[in-house]
Design a protein around this ligand. Structure first.
Ligand code: ATP
Length: 298
């Protein structure tokens, strides 16, 4: 079953095209990252799904059905740091949140336990660290035990400890069977917690699918010889090489990870009459990969 299916969504704000025909679907049980730089349309997309904004055209389904209030009741959201009362404690704040959202009060203790705030549940909100405030916000999203959680930039503004706490919590919720959809501009965050990703760039979906397939890092072999042009021409023909490029003093050859043998490559060059004076294998960083993905679509 798909939790969410988005079909050719467009959203214009006057002349600004914030979404230009976005289609993808979110499998049940996934941690689905919507990844993109600032202004790529992530918040707009979440706003449409949550019925805060109206799409210009296109459709979407929730739980394989036409979206309705009933479906949205099964979705817990964390869209921005919520305004809790500073002088009230966690339990009191969650009672208010439960009343506003018309969700049960019964599970306040359970959600506080889940986000690891049990020990501090009677402390005033004003005494909480940023990480604890964020965990309380997640606890609030968990009221009523929704199957699906939607988080917009869940680690925004947190320090490294808060980031790790929030990530661990997302992983724990995923293990407990929740489907999580989260928007982020942080590649690292998506790589660390998400199972699936959709990459948005200026309102266009560049790619989507399983993180292991999309964010796969290529192996790069740096090579050098006296005549770089000749070396490049030769390595372009090398079996398994995706492409060979001259980069400053090297020719860089890209391979699918784990498919290249430096010994074999060295011998190949030698047999063709070229002696290498540099040969080194390195991993392409995910940042580079992400940069390439988003650059190619400018
Ligand atoms: P960020 O991470 O900065 O929040 P985002 O990926 O969530 O970015 P959106 O906030 O959805 O992106 O914005 C997408 C585009 O739509 C941007 O160009 C933005 O300036 C524009 N936009 C968003 N809301 C409005 C609005 N209410 N009126 C006009 N333009 C808007």
């Amino acid at each position: 079953m798909a939790i969410l299916t988005v079909q050719d969504l467009h959203k214009n704000y006057g002349p600004i095209q914030a979404l230009k025909g976005v289609s993808f679907s979110v499998p049940k049980g996934s941690v689905f990252g919507i990844l993109g730089p600032n202004g790529s349309g992530k918040t707009t997309l979440l706003g449409i799904i949550l019925d805060v904004l109206r799409a210009t055209s296109g459709t979407f389904k929730l739980f394989d059905e036409e979206p309705s209030h009933k479906h949205r009741q099964q979705i817990g959201t964390l869209l921005e740091t919520p305004n809790f009362y500073h002088y009230l404690n966690a339990v009191q704040n969650l009672r208010i949140a439960a009343a506003i959202k018309q969700r049960g009060r019964a599970d306040i203790d359970k959600v506080l336990q889940l986000v690891n705030l049990e020990q501090r549940k009677f402390s005033k909100f004003s005494t909480y660290s940023l990480g604890m405030k964020q965990r309380l916000a997640i606890a609030s999203a968990l009221l009523g035990d929704p199957d699906v959680l939607i988080f917009d930039e869940p680690t925004n503004g947190l320090d490294p400890v808060g980031i790790v706490e929030t990530r661990d919590l997302i992983k724990k919720l995923s293990k407990a069977g929740k489907t999580i959809i989260m928007a982020s501009h942080l590649l690292d965050e998506v790589e660390k917690v998400c199972t699936h990703v959709a990459i948005l760039q200026k309102g266009t979906l560049i790619t989507h699918g399983h993180v292991d397939e999309i964010l796969i890092t290529d192996d790069i072999v740096e090579t050098s010889a006296t005549d770089l042009q000749q070396l490049q021409a030769m390595l372009q023909q090398y079996p398994g090489a995706k492409h060979a490029q001259v980069k400053e003093q090297y020719v860089e050859v890209t391979f699918t990870p784990g498919t290249v043998s430096l010994e074999a490559l060295n011998r190949y060059c030698f047999d063709k009459g070229i002696t290498l004076r540099h040969l080194r294998l390195r991993k392409k960083s995910l940042e580079t990969k992400f940069f390439e993905l988003t650059q190619n679509n400018n």
